[in-house]
Design a protein around this ligand. Sequence first.
Ligand code: C6P
Length: 423
Amino acid sequence: MEANATPRDRAASHDLADIRAQFPILEREVNGRPLVYLDSAASAQQPQRVIDRIERYCREQHANVHRGAHALSVEATEAFEGARQLVAGHVGVSDPAEIVFTRGTTESVNLVAASWGAANVGAGDEIVLTKMEHHSNIVPWQLLARRTGAVLRYVDVTPDGRLDLDDYARLLGPRTRLVGVTHVSNGLGTINPVVEITELAHDAGALVLVDGAQAAPHLMVDTHAIGCDFYAFSGHKMCGPTGIGALWARRELLEGMEPYQGGGEMISEVTLEGSKWAEIPHKFEAGTPNIAGAVGFGEAVAFLSDVGHDRLAAHEDEIIAYALERLSAVPGVTLYGPRENRTSVFSFTLGDIHPHDLSTILDQGGIAIRAGHHCNQPLMDHMGVSATARASFYLYNTRAEVDALIDGLGMAARVFGGVSSTE
Ligand code: C6P
């Protein structure tokens, strides 16, 4: 802590130390150096209480859900359904039946494309996506378009990394059935104006699916305030385990949709001639679900809620401002994405050093970043690069870790004999 730190700075630093202490992985070393984990946009770390909750479930409560009349099955079902309620609350939803547990954002989008899409999208109908979508909000729609003859249209991205809303307005038309948009770009950090986007889509008679994978961990999300129709997100980006996520949709939409997969759990009656479906959300949860994952996901959102949105947001603002200041001052760094209305995910290149080389050098110093196309190939094509380096921060990251990243970039520039700016 700097010598001229104010009492407020000291309180914030104590607070951060308290949060970091809850994440055991942050104590480990990588390549002989303290771990600096700057890859939370790919997968965030889990606090001890999430690890403990999953362990307690496995050790004391494990049984299949919704099936047995025995005590363990009842307890497991309560834990599973309790988690659904917690996850619902995290996105401002009061009816837990509107939350379908999925494997994550990818499966949530596939569910909507396969179920709602098959029933509502035909030849010549249009689906409007954006050039900054993650592959999981593009490929399921391409599959649907191949099956149905629907047409995909993509909203342009401005040079400063925002959606071109004039282009969006132009693309909407009488054939638009659905707009799919990411709430926060995983490649640029841009926070998209999803309320305005939803209003325009609804005026055109289209539904809206918001990909919340990078928003639910950072922003106060209220699906009703957004007004959208579907909201998809993943547990592992918000301090929960992998293999679990959720789809939110309005009750009447879910009730009107056909099941995504068939099997056990999702039926109320099966005869050799046909079947009747279970009530929502079970209609969309065929087979034994990821019970331990759901329980861990519930604990993760309870953890985030205990930390509190104000604390999360204040920390995020501080890290964004500091990282922007320091990264922008590094000779040869090209930073992608907007300066404002963004989250703490920073894509950049350093001169002509390949992002994979950059990430290897940083890894030698214990610094974990991601390098590549980040499942954003159309966005990369649009920006004219094949890959970027990406540092992403979360509630446990410190200013000292921003400094470590900057020092690591200095080291990489020296190893590669200086950098020539690509700008
Ligand atoms: N992005 C990243 O490093 P899954 O894999 O289903 O949990 O989430 C997919 C997904 C969907 N939308 C957005 C905006 C995302 O960022 C992701 C996951 C990770 O950026 C892994 S590619």
